[in-house]
Design a protein around this ligand. Structure first.
Ligand code: FES
Ligand SMILES: [Fe+2]
Length: 337
């Protein structure tokens, strides 16, 4: 599968930028190989359009914002959130014809990020568990480019067998390589998982994230996969602490994606400073990326082709592959290889 070639992926919302980045003017991002300009309209809501002026193709993301429209840096044409040209500085010579327009995209703000869907979305932005719960705080963790297919990050999130190896220096145990059993239940636009796993916080002395002195504990993990590239992983500790991580892999092009990750926790800054929460997950993400960035970006979804070998604990990744193939079939598409 080449992630930018599957047309159905254009019909999902993806987080593309922290909304705070738009305070000082328009910004450019790339989503599914398309250059997009983002800006704030007159109501302060984010807007998205193709980052290419319909006059002489200049990048609108290098421009400014005027009365809610993005203004091209080249000759000053301005476009509103629907892509219509709203202002034309040369209008003493002629009126702006209706053909002066660019493609606008679906754009919303949620969870402090700008979300974009390139075509009419088939489903909304996920409603994450605990996001409306006042006893939870949000800790923004990572916004960075990673050089692997978005699917690789998703299957890794539900792969219990890599923990003993990849995370042996943070919370895995190399001497206990048998992964715990994981239950999978189909859900709307994805699935839910549950497993329990003994973990050791090897960084506890430096990065104490659960505010207890023991370095070893058992954690319950409730996973939720949202098609195609978002997961929420809710980790519950015996102390009652809930650390719920939302990880989004937004496809930039076929070989890379934008990692957007934040955590929801039912403790306070006084219990564990955000800095420490980020430091532990930073170490974990770095361990994952070190391996993921070596993987093949053209992921083989159809297991019948036998491009990759599989084992029993790979079930979540195999179910994901099948659910994506079913999605393609539903929209008259095939896996692009
Ligand atoms: S290129 Fe944008 S106004 Fe001329
Ligand atoms: Fe991992």
């Amino acid at each position: 599968m080449l992630q930018t070639q599957q047309k159905i992926f254009r019909k999902f919302y993806y987080p593309v930028l922290p909304i705070a980045h738009l305070q000082d003017g328009p910004k450019g991002v790339k989503l599914m190989n398309e250059d997009i300009v983002l800006w704030l309209d007159e109501e302060g809501k984010p807007a998205a359009a193709v980052d290419r002026c319909c006059h002489r193709t200049a990048k609108l993301s290098k421009g400014t914002v005027r009365e809610g429209s993005v203004v091209c840096p080249y000759h000053g044409w301005a476009f509103n959130r629907t892509g219509k040209c709203t202002y034309f500085p040369q209008s003493e010579l002629e009126d702006p014809p209706k053909v002066y327009k660019i493609a606008g995209y679906h754009c919303e703000e949620r969870y402090g990020y700008v979300w974009v869907a390139l075509e009419d979305p088939v489903t909304g932005i996920p409603e994450f568990k605990y996001s409306d719960d006042a006893s939870f705080r949000k800790v923004d963790q990572f916004y960075e480019v990673i050089h692997c297919a978005a699917f690789r990050l998703m299957e890794n999130s539900f792969d219990a067998a890599h923990v003993a190896f990849v995370h042996q220096n943070t919370f895995g145990d190399i001497n206990n390589p048998i992964p715990p059993k994981m239950d999978i239940t189909p859900a709307e636009w994805g699935f839910e998982t549950y497993h329990e796993a003994p973990v050791t916080n090897k960084l506890n002395q430096q990065v104490k994230t659960i505010n207890v002195d023991e370095d070893e504990t058992v954690r319950k993990a409730y996973g939720r996969w949202y098609l195609p590239f978002i997961r929420q992983n809710t980790i519950q500790y015996p102390t009652g602490l809930i650390h719920s991580i939302i990880t989004c892999a937004t496809p930039i092009d076929d070989k890379s994606c934008q990692l957007v990750q934040f955590a929801l926790r039912n403790d306070t800054e006084a219990d564990v400073p955000a800095e420490r929460v980020i430091a532990f997950d930073r170490a974990v993400v770095d361990e994952d990326m070190d391996v993921l960035e070596t993987t093949e970006y053209n992921v083989s979804l159809d297991v019948r082709r036998k491009v990759e070998n599989h084992m029993l604990s790979d079930k979540p990744g195999i179910v994901m592959r099948q659910m994506l193939l079913d999605l393609f079939a539903q929209y008259g598409e095939e896996e692009v290889i």
